[in-house]
Design a protein around this ligand. Structure first.
Ligand code: DQQ
Length: 485
């Protein structure tokens, strides 16, 4: 089985061969081996469909990652929990599917999202079974490979009586003293999204305590999926997925009451169903589903793969009390051949030498805005700039954005754009870390914001990098570029 994320070109498991350790049968799909859009270092299953990360936990020194997986085809279907393990968050080894729907069980139509907790040494998964949406429990062996479903499933058979809920799924569980608490993603018709709070002494008998919080992250918010509730610094964060994005309510929590004071977007791009866990370095590490936009069902199924997880990120609280996000330092382990650019002025368009760039690279750059009003970094750029993705910082707007209107000459491919506010302090340079992984681009700015986008260039030479400044002259302080595996 692959050591490097499983989907590396070098791993020998691009679908044409069975896995090396025989744990996970990889159906033959020759399309994947030659697919220029298939990422190389983002986490993906060996093949077929992935969506939400589930059950993230560090167990006996190893990171375990479970995920929503349809092993039958590259489209959403009857969901299972896939499973992989890592010692460093970036090199993953695939393990057998952990949870499969039971034909006669409460999860007969799918094992939906959930979490794993350590119940006095017993790994215990809480997840949603469908249909209808009910909450189930399973216990694992010490290696987290084999799972036994609780005979008394479902442990929560229905939403609280009298509540007109719009959904009832994705349990997230934590411990307070001798008691367990759970929030379940929900919504209250005509009101907004909701995280419903439950309490238990044994993870099997649950009492409804009321909503932990009800609110709206924006117009059309009717349901919160994948709630995740955790302390961050001296605050509490309720992270929810709604209206196509991940939102973090930041507030204070005590005695079953959560009072948020602000709500920040965790990523302003293609990022959904995030789950965050604490590791033994006390970091709050978050993974999410990258909801790529590669096409309709037939195109995904034919390609043999769909979706991936975002790179591991570390959450923090900024000086302004807002959410901070930065790539996990373990990502540096993936760095290969290094190239750099000396400091220089940027005016108009400055294409960088061809040895800087690639379809799978990390670019780290620091730019002083100088007199420029707009600064751009182009990636996946063809020799003449016919194709390129643009990362744009607009000083007047104080916003960072990702543009793909020139992303592909292929007319049928989507060309989305995303934007996030980023206020630079006086004299503060724009510091970007950009992870290009073929069709996926993760952009991190000044350890504060993140934007995930996609791009589907059609030309083989769309691998270049360029710097642009408009309305004045900016100054490149440094640029480093590493090939990624
Ligand atoms: N995906 C899961 C649900 C969850 C949704 C099903 C979010 O449990 O609400 O695959 O993407």
């Amino acid at each position: 089985m692959a050591t490097l994320l499983g989907n590396s070109r070098k791993s020998g498991r691009d679908g044409a061969r069975p896995s090396q350790d025989g744990l996970f049968p990889v159906p033959r799909n020759d399309n994947m081996a030659h697919d220029p859009h298939r990422p190389t270092y983002h986490f993906m299953p060996p093949c077929q469909w992935i969506n939400d990360p589930n059950g993230l936990i560090q167990w006996k020194g190893q990171y375990h990652l479970f995920y929503q997986h349809n092993p039958a085809e590259a489209f959403f279907g009857r969901m299972h929990w896939g499973h992989a393990v890592s010692t460093d968050l970036v090199h993953w080894r695939h393990l057998p599917i952990a949870l499969t729907p039971s034909p006669e069980g409460a999860d007969k139509d799918g094992v939906y999202s959930g979490c794993i907790v350590d119940d006095h040494g017993v790994p215990t998964a809480l997840y949603t079974g469908v249909h209808p949406e009910v909450q189930c429990l399973a216990t694992g062996t010490d290696d987290l490979v084999s799972w036994e479903k609780h005979p008394g499933n479902p442990v929560i058979p229905a939403p609280p009586p009298g509540l007109a809920v719009t959904g009832f799924r994705d349990p997230w569980v934590w411990r307070e003293g001798e008691l367990w608490y759970m929030v379940i993603g929900s919504g209250i018709a005509g009101v907004g999204g909701a995280a419903l709070l439950y309490r238990s002494a044994d993870l099997r008998q649950w009492d409804y305590r009321g909503p932990l919080y009800v609110g709206s992250v924006g117009p059309g918010d009717t349901m919160w999926e994948c709630p995740c509730f955790f302390p961050l610094g001296n605050r509490a964060v309720l992270m929810v997925s709604a209206c196509g994005g991940v939102h973090a309510w930041i507030g204070d929590y005590a005695a079953e009451r959560f009072v948020p004071t602000r709500c920040d977007r965790v990523d302003a791009g293609l990022y959904y169903a995030a789950q965050a866990f604490r590791d033994d370095r006390n970091r709050r590490i978050v993974f999410a589903w990258v909801t790529e936009r590669r096409g309709e069902r037939a195109a995904l199924v034919a390609s043999g793969w769909a979706g991936m997880l975002s790179l591991p990120r570390v959450l923090s609280l900024g000086n302004d009390g807002g959410l901070g996000v930065a790539p996990a330092e373990e990502l540096n382990l993936l760095r290969g051949r290094h190239r750099s650019c000396p400091p220089q002025p940027i005016a108009g368009c400055t294409p960088l030498p061809p040895e800087i760039g690639g379809s799978a690279v990390e670019v780290e750059v620091s730019i002083s805005p100088g007199s420029a009003s707009v600064i751009e970094l182009a990636v996946r750029r063809s020799a003449n700039g016919e194709e390129q993705g643009l990362i744009r910082y607009d000083l007047a707007e104080q916003a960072l954005s990702w543009h793909t209107d020139q992303g592909s000459l292929a007319p049928s491919l989507p060309k989305p754009a995303f934007k996030a506010g980023l206020r630079l302090a006086s004299g503060e340079p724009l510091r970007l870390r950009v992870y290009v992984d073929r069709s996926v681009v993760e952009i991190y700015a000044n350890n504060r914001i993140a934007l995930t986008g996609c791009i589907y260039p059609s030309r083989a030479d769309s691998t270049g990098v360029a710097l642009l400044a408009h309305g004045g002259e900016a100054h490149l302080e440094r640029l480093d570029c590493w090939e990624m595996p």
